[in-house]
Ligand binder design. Structure first.
Ligand code: GLA
Length: 392
């Protein structure tokens, strides 16, 4: 996004000059889906699509926020000591929740500010526009007010905001991927220990294509919470005999030997996905490190199959995109990414096949689903950062 445009858009809305510009990415997850709330491994990366902001300080204690993505909402105003959730303020609750938790953790705002936001992440597409804006706000406030907060603590505050303020019971993956992103690297995170390592994503002559179903994926309305509680139930039943804290503690053999304890067809399938996907993620990172891209792609395909049959979170739109992607020449692997039930899928596609790929998969999707899918090339990018400080 053009920085001059951000500055002039800010000026049009607030009638004075912005002082600083910031950016925060979105994310895709390469593999390790629905494992983060099961104490398992995830392997996401930040992407160059994300959320931009222009910031200007104020002398009073008023906060004014405007999003070019929600122009109908106009300017949303509140005082720095009015930080309770307010349903009518819609999208502004995401950044306001970060302010709420900063104050709760003992940080203080000695003045207000104006904030102009403009994002190029498709809204509701499962590329973590909410984590993007949470970490954007955390980064802006940490920088401008000099709070000196560790990046990991900002990540945790983002999750606190999402879970307790917004009320979506998600895991840590999205905020972590956004907050800790590094150019051309994916992050293997063990959500049990919070240990993590970066791994370069070198796909030789391939790129990652993001395929958007354009079917909105609303976490709060979806079966996300149902899946979480199914996994918790399965875990409780396993714990009658096993000394484990999460499904992520189990190897495949341990699961096979003890799955009878779960004694329920649906719950066994949910737990099986969590256990196998967790192990599959570790295998996938090994393949990537060995430069075995074909092996990596096969594990990506297997992840989708498990999410379809065992976890049942794919749905007709994602399946249509992924199954059509599998049939195209030059494709190493494809799967849904994120929570599922709509949103986006990814495919690893040979560079010189990308145009045909988009054409063919796009046509199949339109014929079967009845409307268009969108395609973007993923650029793996850094986490949140300041783009510009205007000289006074
Ligand atoms: C959503 C959640 C994440 C994670 C994924 C599924 O993106 O926000 O915490 O659970 O779904 O892997």
């Amino acid at each position: 996004m053009n920085t001059d445009k951000l500055l002039s858009d800010y000026k049009n809305i607030f009638n004075n000059n912005a002082e600083r510009l910031f950016f925060s990415p979105g994310r895709i997850n390469l593999i390790g889906e629905h494992t983060d709330y099961n104490g398992g491994n995830v392997f996401p990366c930040a992407i160059s699509l994300g959320t931009y902001a222009a910031f200007g300080s104020r002398d009073d204690n008023t906060v004014q926020m405007y999003s070019a993505n929600f122009p109908d909402q106009g300017i949303i105003s509140f005082q720095t000591n009015e930080l309770e959730f307010n349903k009518k303020d819609n999208w502004a609750n995401y950044p306001r929740g970060i302010m709420y938790y900063l104050v709760k953790h003992g940080y203080k705002f000695d003045h207000g500010f104006n904030l102009f936001i403009n994002g190029n992440l498709p809204d509701g597409a499962g590329l973590s526009s909410s984590a993007s804006i949470e970490l954007l706000m955390g980064t802006i406030l940490n920088t401008v007010f000099d709070f000196g907060i560790d990046q990991i603590d900002l990540v945790k505050m983002g999750q606190e905001d999402e879970n307790n303020y917004i009320g979506v019971n998600s895991g840590i993956m999205d905020q972590f991927a956004v907050g800790m992103g590094k150019k051309d690297q994916a992050i293997l995170l063990d959500t049990n220990t919070m240990d993590y390592q970066y791994a370069p994503v070198q796909l030789e002559n391939h790129v990652i294509v993001i395929m958007n179903t354009n079917k909105r994926r609303e976490l709060a309305d979806s079966k996300y919470n149902e899946r979480r509680s199914e996994c918790e139930k399965a875990l409780e039943r396993l714990q009658t005999k096993l000394d484990i804290k999460s499904l992520g503690d189990l190897t495949i053999d341990e699961f096979d030997q003890n799955s009878y304890l779960i004694n329920d067809d649906t719950l066994i399938r949910r737990a099986r996905h969590a256990v196998f996907e967790n192990q599959r993620t570790l295998k996938a990172i090994k393949k990537l490190k060995q430069n075995d891209l074909v092996g990596f792609g096969k594990l990506i395909n297997a992840s989708h199959i498990s999410l379809h049959y065992d976890y049942e979170v794919t749905g007709m739109e994602l399946d249509t995109l992924v199954e059509s992607a599998w049939r195209q020449p030059g494709v190493l692997g494809a799967r849904m990414t994120g929570a599922g039930f709509g949103g986006c899928a990814i495919a690893i596609v040979e560079k010189n096949q990308v145009e045909d790929f988009k054409q063919n998969v796009g046509e199949t999707y339109r014929n079967i689903v009845g409307y268009d899918a969108d395609f973007y090339i993923a650029e793996i990018s850094d986490g949140p950062k300041e783009l510009l400080k205007v000289a006074k």
